[in-house]
Design a protein around this ligand. Structure first.
Ligand code: GDP
Ligand code: IMO
Ligand code: MG
Length: 432
């Protein structure tokens, strides 16, 4: 069917524009009201997507955020890596809180499993001398993707036949345990602990393991609305991010096509999520980082602690150079600006619009990255508004200083904002 067929369903992509934790969960939830399907295309339970409504707070890791809307089908695409224990735990917790899951989760038969040996290996590598310490979430993400590319991963479809599942798990455990014990002197993963988990997973989810690429393409052809939920952010992309301080998947738009089996011609709108300042968890370059009192203030006002690991997030000024790079990579149509209210208490606010490297002005992120330890941000300073904006629902009701800051961010990023978020709840949103 041609991509331009007028009566096919619309597809929106929600993508993180910085180093993750931009507030994707809130916006997916907000826009999810009209979606028939919500699909994840990459990452795993390294993600932590927070949704707040009423007095309820949910943090989704592996399950697409659409699960909080009762009639939405949730797709875990082939590009996602799934820790079976993590998915069992997360779904059990959601069910205990009254979320009806039933058969609403569909998992790609080609999605790879994160196994205990991946987590053990990651811990060895993170603590080994000579390897860059990435500061990962410790969820086994990197080793699981490495095995996928190395063509020795366990895939969902392997679970459909118990004999094949047992045989493959035993052989992979043996192979990985030799490396763990001999190369690192670490403990191996115990097959007798692993098999019961795989059997429990089979029992619960075997009926949910399907051809998700076919499912999504048919749904779109039948006029259904699809929301694609990115995890992490553009600057954590394994190719285009601040390598090696990145995650192990393509977080940017290209990951959608390979991670879901969906042509990019079927993505109608790309919605970038961007914070009014910048945060990052884990190690790696962050030239606009604030290590003093202002960074601390942002962390406390924005409650900047990892939704997955609880680690304090590093905080800094808005980086317009990084933002423009992210807009280019993802061909972003429109943006949701989040966490504007976090800046309420500041006397003045800075925006990085360019860098200087060895005395020369640099406007492109790739050139900054080549010299990140020498790059000096060039800042514009704007006055703060020094009053709470969380109750405001119309842009023109915001203080003049706030409006000016938002307009300047828009100019610097080069893409318009369709939403401005002034609080974590669904309702705390200004539609532009
Ligand atoms: P995600 O990974 O991109 O979904 O973002 P996280 O959930 O990890 O982190 C975003 C945090 O900011 C969560 O605690 C949200 O509840 C919160 N949040 C989202 N939007 C806003 C906002 O506009 N203002 C404030 N104060 N908090 C927000
Ligand atoms: P959401 O979807 C922020 C970071 C880790 C580390 C690097 C690699 O909530 O935005 P990994 O465990 O993926 O191998 O770690 O990536 N990281 C995130 N940072 N938000 C996330 O997800 C992240 N997922 C991974 O902190 O620096
Ligand atoms: Mg998060």
């Amino acid at each position: 069917m041609p991509a331009s067929t007028p009566d096919r369903g619309r597809t929106e992509l929600i993508i993180g524009a910085q180093w993750g934790d931009e507030g994707k969960g809130k916006i997916v939830d907000l826009l999810g009201e009209k979606a028939d399907l919500v699909a994840r295309y990459q990452g795993g339970h390294n993600a932590g997507h927070t949704v707040k409504f009423g007095d309820e707070t949910f943090i989704l890791h592996l399950v697409p955020t659409g699960i909080l809307r009762p009639d939405t089908t949730c797709v875990i695409g082939n590009g996602v890596v799934v820790d079976p224990s993590a998915l069992l735990k997360e779904t059990a917790e959601l069910e205990a809180r009254g979320i009806d899951i039933g058969g609403r989760i569909k998992i790609s038969r080609y999605a790879h499993l994160i196994m205990p040996w991946h987590t053990l290996l990651e811990s060895c590598l993170e603590n080994s001398e000579g390897c860059a310490k990435i500061g990962t979430t410790g969820r086994g993400i990197g080793p699981a993707y490495a095995d996928k590319i190395y063509r020795r991963g366990l895939r969902m479809e392997d679970l459909l036949d118990p004999r094949r599942m047992e045989k493959k798990a035993a052989s992979l455990a043996g192979e990985h345990n030799r490396v763990l014990t001999r190369a690192f002197g670490a403990q191996g993963a115990m097959l007798e602990d692993i098999l019961p988990v795989l059997y429990r997973f089979r029992e619960r989810f075997a009926g949910c393991i399907v051809d998700t690429a076919g499912l999504l393409n048919s749904a779109i052809a039948a006029g259904k609305r699809v929301l694609i939920e990115g995890a992490q952010g553009a600057l954590l992309d394994v190719d285009f991010g601040t390598y090696p301080f990145v995650t192990s998947s393509n977080t940017t738009i290209g990951g959608v096509s390979t991670g879901l089996g969906l042509s990019l011609r079927k993505v109608d709108t790309v919605i970038g999520i961007i914070k009014a300042y910048t945060t990052r968890v884990g190690n790696g370059p962050f030239p606009t980082e604030l290590t003093g009192a202002t960074g601390e203030l942002l962390r406390e006002a924005g409650y900047e602690y990892g939704a997955t690991t609880g680690r304090p997030r590093r905080c800094g000024w808005f980086d317009g150079v990084a933002a423009r790079y992210s807009m280019m990579l993802n061909d972003v149509d429109t943006l949701a600006l989040t966490k504007l209210d976090v800046l309420d208490g500041l006397d003045e606010i800075r925006i990085c619009t360019a860098y200087t490297v060895r005395g020369e002005q640099v406007n492109d992120w790739v050139d900054v990255c080549a010299f990140w330890d020498e790059a000096e941000p060039v800042y514009e300073t704007m006055p703060g508004w020094k009053r709470p904006i969380g109750e405001v629902r119309r842009f023109t009701d915001l203080p003049a200083e706030t409006q000016a800051y938002v307009k300047r961010l828009q100019e610097v990023a080069g893409v318009e904002f369709s939403w401005v978020s002034v609080g974590p709840k669904r309702s705390e949103t200004i539609v532009m």
